[in-house]
Structure formats: structure tokens, C-alpha cells
Design a protein around this ligand. Structure first.
Ligand code: GSH
Length: 255
């Protein structure tokens, strides 16, 4: 159902299978009861298609009548003006307003890239794992045709995201402190409420993707941060345990 402040048409959301900021926006659309058309893009094709369809080269992107929106935060802001209830941010005069905005910014600018790089490095080692993330996506190519292209796609994605072994090792070393920060925000009440805010969706979608990496999930599972995944449908896709070298992983005590 579309709200009254809505333009007339059904929005179109452009996504990549498995993309966590896309999952965040899809949950927000669902919370607000906005019907939308989803277009599943093939990895890397968004660089060609995105500029034409929604004016950007990353996903999520959205077309809303003539309006073009790029980026999960921009789409979240627009959804709040389109359909104000339930709001994705506290009211500006509430004490948590600035904190939620800052958590959302960090979730987008810093934390979002972590599972992207870790998964890219894992796909370089196990390209076939990429297919598990396609789930029910309506892709323009049958899976059988995609299979031979997986190793090259994995390489291109890793180059695009600057994902290399040493960067993945740094990401894993930094992860416990990042999870402490998320747990701290939950303890403060900025995150983890009954109704998710924009920061819950931004950070929760990243936690959910991180937990699809078999070697990383045990570092998170016992933490409050793991509960942020409850706003989302079950994750489709998995990198099996053992793909990332054991010596890269922080010891559970430090995680
Ligand atoms: N931080 C932005 C960018 C999102 C982003 O980088 N999305 C990835 C997929 S998770 C993407 O489009 N990757 C393809 C590329 O960078 O070419 C947002 O939240 O919208």
C-alpha cells in the first residue's frame, strides 16, 4: 500500500543478490507497506545498468516515478518522507536522534565494507559459493551459464572492492572491536529496539551477511549484535567453514 505523500507509480528497486544494503532497504519498504518492483542485477552489471536506470553504479538504487535515488541511506530518508509511519529515525528532538544517525553513518561508511571484502576474498578461494547467494533472484542468465564465469567475476569483484588477503586479515583483526561498538550501542538502547530504526537495518544487514561466512559466524553468535539479524528474513547464501585460513581468525576469547 502506498502512502498519500507517495508519487503515483510503484517504485522499482535495483538490487544484487546477497547485497546487505539492499536487504536493509527491502525490510524498510516492508515495514512501511510500500509495494515495489525488484530488479535483480548480475554482479558487475550494475556498473553499466545503474547509471541509465537510477543514476548510480552501486546498489541499492531506486526509481520512483521520474526520481532517481542511489544508496541505502538516501533511499531510507526518502522512504520516511514518502510514508512517515513507522519512522526509521527518532524525531529530531529525541535524545537518541544524533546517536542513531551516527550509528547509521558508521554502519554505511565503515562497517558495510567489511563482509563485502571478506566474502570477496572467500569467493576467490571458493568461487562456487557465490551461487548460493543467488537464492530466488530472477537473474537474466541460467545458473549453468553463470558457473564458468564465477572465477573471473570473483576476481573483478575483489579488484573493485580492494579485497586482498592482507586487507581481509586486517578486517578480521578489527572485527572484535567493531562488534564491541555495536554491542555497546545495543546496551545504550540506540540499537536493538522492538521496531528497527535505520541504523538497526544498516548494521543488522551487515551482521547478517557476516554470519553467512561460516568461519566468522562463531565470532558473533553469542553476542548481542547477533540479535540484530532478527529484523530480516533468513539469510540465503553461505561460505562454508574452512574457506578462510584458521590463522586469520581472532581467537574466540578476543572475539
Ligand atoms: N554504501 C552504499 C553503496 C552500496 C554498495 O557498494 N553496494 C554494493 C553491493 S553490496 C555494490 O553495489 N557493489 C558493486 C560495485 O561497487 O560495483 C549504499 O549503502 O548504498
Amino acid at each position: 500500500m502506498l502512502g498519500e505523500t507517495m508519487a503515483t507509480g510503484t517504485p522499482t528497486l535495483y538490487v544484487l543478490p546477497g547485497s546487505h544494503p539492499c536487504a536493509a532497504v527491502e525490510v524498510a519498504l516492508g515495514l512501511k507497506g510500500v509495494d515495489y518492483r525488484r530488479v535483480d542485477l548480475l554482479p558487475m552489471s550494475q556498473m553499466l545498468i545503474g547509471p541509465l536506470r537510477y543514476g548510480g553504479s552501486t546498489v541499492p538504487g531506486m526509481r520512483l516515478d521520474g526520481e532517481r535515488l542511489v544508496g541505502s541511506r538516501a533511499i531510507m530518508r526518502r522512504l520516511d518522507t514518502l510514508v512517515p509511519e513507522p519512522p526509521l529515525l527518532p524525531a529530531p528532538d529525541e535524545p537518541t536522534y544524533a546517536g542513531v544517525l551516527e550509528a547509521e553513518r558508521w554502519g554505511d561508511d565503515v562497517f558495510q565494507a567489511v563482509p563485502r571484502r571478506l566474502i570477496d576474498v572467500a569467493f576467490l578461494r571458493r568461487p562456487a559459493a557465490m551461487l548460493s547467494y543467488t537464492g530466488e533472484a530472477k537473474l537474466p542468465l541460467p545458473v549453468g551459464l553463470m558457473r564458468p564465469a564465477l572465477p573471473l567475476t570473483a576476481r573483478l569483484m575483489a579488484i573493485k572492492n580492494k579485497a586482498r588477503d592482507e586487507v581481509a586479515r586486517e578486517d578480521l583483526a578489527a572485527l572484535p572491536a567493531q562488534l564491541d561498538r555495536v554491542d555497546g550501542w545495543i546496551a545504550e538502547g540506540l540499537l536493538g529496539g522492538e521496531q528497527p530504526n535505520a541504523a538497526d537495518l544498516q548494521i543488522g544487514s551487515t551482521i547478517r551477511l557476516l554470519m553467512s561466512i561460516g568461519d566468522v559466524a562463531p565470532l558473533i553468535a553469542q553476542r548481542p549484535a547477533a540479535r540484530l539479524t532478527r529484523y530480516f528474513p533468513a539469510m540465503v547464501g553461505e561460505v562454508p567453514p574452512g574457506v578462510l585460513p584458521a590463522e586469520w581468525l581472532p581467537t574466540p576469547a578476543r572475539a
